[in-house]
Design a protein around this ligand. Structure first.
Ligand code: AVJ
Length: 338
C-alpha cells in the first residue's frame, strides 16, 4: 500500500480513494481458454459490462428471483440485533461493493458507525458507488478502494481516522456471492476475509439455502427470459470485443439444479452443430453440447457453518428468512484456519 493520501477536493466527498492496482483481467485469454476446455466454460466475472449490470439489476426484480428481496427483508428484520452485536462506532468494510440498498440498510441499522470502506475490482465503479453514498451520509467517513477481494488487505494501513481504526471491524459480504465460487475457492475467500479480522471483529455474510428444485430452477430461469438474456449478453460481448461470430440464436439457456453438488448450474446448450471464430481462433460446438456459464451453490446452516469453521470462522449467530429460506451469518474469528 502506498502513502495514505487525502484529497478531499478531488474525491467527491470521500475521505480517500486508493487504487491498489489489482492484477488486470485478460478477457481474451480467459475466454479462449474457457472455450478450449473439453467442457466449454465462460468465467461469470465477465457478465458485468454495462448491459450485463443492467440485466442483473433486472433479474433481481423478477418475481421468481427471490434472492435479493428475501435478503433485504431479512436484513431489515434483524437490524436491531445487528446494532446490538456490532456496538457503537463500527468500521464497515464491503468487498465487491454492490447493492447500495443493502449497505444503506446496514448503515441505518448500526449505532453511529465510524467509517465505511467500499472495495471493488473496478475503480470507476467503486468510486461512483461510494461517492453516491457519501452524498447521503455526509457525516460518515467513507473510503473507496480499487482492490481485488481475493487478495489480502492490510486494514490497519488504510488512511482512516484513529476513531475508525478503533472501531469493531465488520466485513459485509451479502448477496450469496460466496455461492458463485467452487467450494475450494469459497474456502480460500473466507480465509482471506478472516485475515482482515482481529479478535472481536466479524464477518456478516449472506448465503442462499437449499430448497425445492422447482423454486431454484425458476429463480435462475425466469419466465420473462431476463436470466437467459443476461447469459446471452456475454456471447454478444465476446462477439463484439473479440471479433467473434457465435450465433447466439443457436444457443439455448438452461438452469439445472444439481443436488449432488448442491448448486444451480447454468448453461448455454447448442441447438445444432456450429462452427465459429473468436479472437482469430476456430471452435466447434456440437448439437446438445453445453457451455458452462455459472454455478450458484446453496447451503444448509450446517454446510455453511462447516465451511466457515474450516476457514477459522465461528458462528456467533445465524438468521433464516421466513419464506424462501436465505441465511445471514454473523461469523467471528476462532483460532487458526486449517
Ligand atoms: C450475484 C451470485 C448472487 O447466484 O444468485 C443470478 C448471480 N446469476 N442469476 C446468484 C445470478 C443468475 C447471483 N449472485
Amino acid at each position: 500500500m502506498t502513502e495514505p493520501r487525502k484529497m478531499p477536493s478531488q474525491t467527491g466527498g470521500l475521505s480517500f480513494f486508493e487504487d491498489m492496482h489489482p492484477p488486470a483481467a485478460d478477457f481474451r485469454a480467459d475466454i479462449l481458454a474457457g472455450l478450449s476446455k473439453p467442457q466449454k466454460a465462460l468465467p461469470p466475472k465477465y457478465y458485468y459490462d454495462e448491459e450485463g449490470s443492467r440485466l442483473f439489476d433486472a433479474i433481481t426484480e423478477q418475481p421468481e428471483y427471490y434472492v435479493t428481496g428475501t435478503e433485504l427483508e431479512l436484513m431489515r428484520t434483524i437490524g436491531p440485533e445487528l446494532r446490538e452485536l456490532a456496538g457503537e462506532g463500527a468500521l464497515v468494510l464491503e468487498p465487491g461493493a454492490g447493492s447500495s440498498v443493502k449497505i444503506r440498510t446496514l448503515l441505518d441499522a448500526l449505532d453511529s458507525p465510524s467509517a465505511y470502506v467500499g472495495m471493488d475490482i473496478s475503480g470507476d465503479h467503486v468510486r461512483s458507488a461510494c461517492e453516491a453514498l457519501a452524498a447521503d451520509y455526509p457525516s460518515l467517513e467513507i473510503g473507496a478502494l480499487c482492490h481485488d477481494f481475493t487478495q489480502s488487505l492490510d486494514v490497519a494501513a488504510l488512511p482512516l481516522s484513529a476513531k475508525a481504526h478503533a472501531g469493531r471491524r465488520l466485513v459485509f459480504f451479502p448477496g450469496s456471492t460466496i455461492g458463485n465460487f467452487e467450494l475450494i475457492d469459497a474456502l480460500a475467500l473466507l480465509k482471506t476475509l478472516r485475515g482482515w479480522l482481529r479478535e472481536g471483529d466479524a464477518l456478516l455474510i449472506g448465503a442462499d439455502m437449499r430448497k425445492a428444485s422447482e423454486a431454484l430452477e425458476a429463480a435462475y430461469d425466469d419466465e420473462a427470459g431476463v436470466t437467459a438474456a443476461f447469459n446471452l449478453n456475454l456471447i454478444a460481448r465476446i462477439n463484439r470485443e473479440l471479433d467473434g461470430d457465435i450465433d447466439a440464436d443457436g444457443l439455448q439457456y438452461r438452469a439445472l439444479w444439481n443436488p449432488y453438488r448442491s448448486r444451480v448450474e447454468m448453461y448455454l446448450v447448442a441447438r445444432r452443430d456450429m462452427h465459429f471464430t473468436v479472437g482469430g481462433e476456430r471452435f466447434v460446438i456440437r448439437k446438445d453440447e453445453t457451455i458452462h456459464m455459472e454455478n450458484s451453490h446453496k447451503f444448509t446452516l450446517e454446510t455453511f457453518q462447516d465451511l466457515a469453521a474450516k476457514a477459522g470462522l465461528r458462528s456467533r449467530k445465524a438468521w433464516v428468512s421466513a419464506r424462501e429460506p436465505f441465511s445471514i451469518h454473523w461469523l467471528e474469528p476462532a483460532g487458526e484456519a486449517c
